[in-house]
Design a protein around this ligand. Structure first.
Ligand code: BTN
Length: 326
């Protein structure tokens, strides 16, 4: 941990009680002047840190920004995800940044956030709107010991983790549309883009790109998206702290990644199915120029969707765009 992480960890732990400069300096083995300098820098970033002779330093308010040291200090130890966190003010796409890190040999678990993306992308070649400070736009590097066909297991696990974290932070009950759309009141509020580099029989690495529309106001969505998309702020009726949500998602994802890598996909899939709005429903799936009609029956052991077509055949679907039939 660097000094900022240690100071932030101590401030968060001391909460309303506060911690004195002398105690911090002794615990962290640096001078009180060095502590003071770091506190001043944190204040300049927007951290409200009260200093009084009686109570020492107290953290009274945190800014609405993503700060790697703060995220790391609050996340604490995880098994894999979030061992290393990096934050960019702006990047083209966090999936590209993580892809480059993967090719450079960085270990799994690194998470890259961007306050804004200039070329955020969604599934099926779509653009992903990523305005500054309004959402969570981030990617995670994983190196799971899975066959490429089982990569969908990770998309399913990620959708479940994001849905659980949103519920925990907002009290809202998100639904999941196969494979990876998180919906509130039938409108999309988060999506996942899984990209992988693989050989025939094994995954070399996998990049999970996660986008959550957190604090966008209705007018910030382009007109053609307003009926289809929503934000947590619109649905919850209040602004959310993005760092709190980011931490909740990383913890949930760390738990579900552990379940996937220890062969517990079935338990994950059952929880996913409880939240899924697609299963049991008549759907149309567009795969390129193909259009399949049928009933979404279940997930198979790789996370693919089993569709009972209108002709009674069972089709295994691994990609495409699902539309629910009215
Ligand atoms: C989708 O539902 O189509 C997937 C959207 C994924 C968006 C995220 S935002 C962070 C990461 N970087 C990207 O360019 N895309 C993903």
């Amino acid at each position: 941990m660097n000094l900022d992480q240690q100071i932030l960890t101590a401030l968060h732990a001391a909460a309303a009680v506060g911690v004195s400069g002398a105690e911090l300096s002794q615990r962290l083995n640096v001078s009180r002047a060095a502590i003071w300098a770091r506190i001043e820098d944190l204040r300049a970033l927007g951290y409200e840190i009260d200093a009084s002779p009686h109570r020492g330093y107290r953290l009274c308010g945190v800014p609405d920004l993503l700060h790697a040291d703060d995220l790391l200090s609050r996340l604490g130890p995880t098994r894999v995800i979030g061992r290393d966190i990096r934050v960019f003010q702006e990047t083209s796409s966090t999936n590209d940044v993580v892809d480059k890190l993967a090719r450079d040999g960085v270990p799994e678990g690194v998470v890259v956030f961007a306050e804004s993306q200039t070329r955020g992308r969604g599934r099926l070649g779509r653009k992903w709107l990523s305005p500054a400070g309004r959402g969570l736009w981030f990617s995670v590097l994983l190196r799971p010991n899975l066959r490429p066909q089982a990569a969908t297991q990770m998309t399913i696990a990620t959708a479940l983790a994001v849905a659980r974290a949103i519920q925990q932070q907002t009290g809202l009950l998100p639904g999941i549309k196969w494979p990876n759309d998180i919906l509130l009141q039938g409108r999309k509020t988060a999506g996942i883009l899984t990209e992988l580099s693989a050989e025939l029989d094994h995954i070399k690495y996998l990049v999970l790109g996660i986008g959550v529309d957190v604090n966008l106001a209705a007018h910030e969505f382009p007109a053609d998206l307003r009926k289809l998309a929503t934000s947590l702020r619109i649905e919850a009726g209040r602004t959310l702290n993005r760092a709190d949500l980011a931490i909740a998602i990383l913890r949930a994802l760390d738990d579900d990644y552990a379940r996937i890598t220890s062969g517990q996909f079935e338990a994950v899939a059952n929880e996913w199915a409880e939240r899924c709005t697609t299963l049991g429903q008549p759907v149309t799936i567009h795969i390129g120029d193909r259009r399949l009609h049928g009933r979404a029956e279940a997930l198979d052991e790789d996370g693919a969707l089993l569709l009972r077509t209108e002709h009674g055949r069972l089709e295994r679907v691994i990609g495409g765009d699902v539309t629910m039939e009215k």
